[in-house]
Design a protein around this ligand. Structure first.
Ligand code: NAD
Length: 325
């Protein structure tokens, strides 16, 4: 990037950042976090008592990728009535050598792409190579991004899906059809019995999948739990699985592991950063029958990593707007 502030709109982010770019950026930053080269600062999240909104910041610094900045935004439940997305965010990137603002990047599309990249990095490193059936629990905004990214990691033939609101499933079925994958809406027993890889991406506050429903060898990416109190799976699944995460501090406080840790079914030491697997300091899956679980809590460094890619690519292609501050 040259001098001046680069502005990258939502539309341009969609044009320039592909799933491959997001995968590489997220994989690299998870690796940097595990090496101690990148760290997330404490998250701020506040109910602002206006418009029923939740507003906050996720920030951090990646010394390896030289990415410094923050994602600011949150959740405005009344936005849908105004024709806007309820989740709103913008990424601010700063020059780590001078502190000057370098880029303003729309964060809505990038949030979905970086979240899908996180689960697909986990599938790439932890799922059985011969996985054929993908199980989807959830059918909201994030789910189609998750499905598209996961489909690139293994030679899946079929998607089995369940959602607490079944009327949302046909839309996910259309994405599967577009990808050439057979799609079937099933109950949770069948989902667990058939799926080799499961992604959970809901706003649930109670377990949707129980331990007895998960077969040996499954890889589960729990992606919906990103807040204290949320929960998607039975803590006994974590007790029977080898558990990986993006960041241990978030995993035990607001991720899926919060419940298993609180109830004493696992300890903090039982959780491995996925970056250790990427860096080759942890072997990952040890055999075909092992259940692996990725607790994808979502960290600010993921946002900064993909926003940095967006700013670079948009600058190179001339699609970014440039202003002097
Ligand atoms: P969405 O509102 O578009 O869809 C919500 C999904 O959850 C749907 O499948 C819906 O049927 C289901 N659902 C709604 N209320 C539920 C309830 N009470 N119990 C069980 N299921 C319920 O949301 P989205 O944008 O697809 O996001 C899904 C989840 O992913 C949210 O919890 C969101 O906070 C989380 N998320 C996580 C990350 C991360 O990095 N880990 C990033 C973005 C979003």
């Amino acid at each position: 990037m040259t001098d001046g502030l680069v502005i990258v709109s939502e539309e341009v982010c969609q044009q320039v950042v592909g799933r491959g770019d997001a995968f590489t950026a997220v994989e690299q930053v998870f690796a940097a976090m595990a090496r101690g080269d990148a760290y997330n600062f404490p998250v701020i999240r506040e109910a602002i008592r206006h418009a029923d909104a939740l507003y906050g910041f996720k920030s951090g610094f990646d010394r390896a990728g030289l990415t410094l900045g923050l994602k600011s935004g949150g959740y405005w439940p009344g936005n849908a009535d105004k024709g806007l997305t309820n989740h709103q965010s913008t990424v601010f990137l700063f020059d780590p050598d001078t502190g000057k603002l370098k880029a303003l990047v729309g964060g809505n599309y990038l949030t979905a792409v970086r979240t899908a990249a996180a689960s697909s990095v986990s599938i790439a490193h932890l799922a059985r190579k011969d996985a054929k059936v993908l199980g989807m629990v959830g059918a909201g905004h994030q789910s189609s991004f998750q499905l598209r990214a996961a489909a690139e990691q293994r030679a899946f033939e079929k998607v089995v899906a369940w959602n607490p609101h079944p009327e949302m499933l046909p839309k996910l079925g259309e994405v599967a059809a577009e990808l050439g994958l057979e799609f079937e809406a099933v109950d949770r027993d069948r989902l667990g019995a058939e799926a080799d890889v499961i992604i959970t991406i809901t706003s649930a506050f109670e377990p949707l999948l129980m331990a007895a429903q998960i077969k040996p060898g499954t890889h589960i990416a729990c992606m919906g739990t990103d807040t204290v109190g949320k929960q998607e799976v039975d803590p006994a699944i974590l007790a029977s699985a080898t558990v990986f995460t993006d960041e241990i501090a978030q995993s035990i406080s607001l991720g899926e592991a919060q419940h298993a840790v609180k109830s004493g079914q696992i300890r903090e030491n039982d959780i491995t950063p996925i970056g250790d697997v990427i860096n080759g300091t942890h072997p990952g899956r040890s055999d075909g029958d092992e259940i692996t679980l990725f607790d994808g809590t979502g960290v600010g460094l993921q946002d900064l990593a993909v926003a940095s890619v967006a700013a670079d690519l948009a600058s190179k292609s001339g699609a970014a707007t440039r202003v002097a501050l």
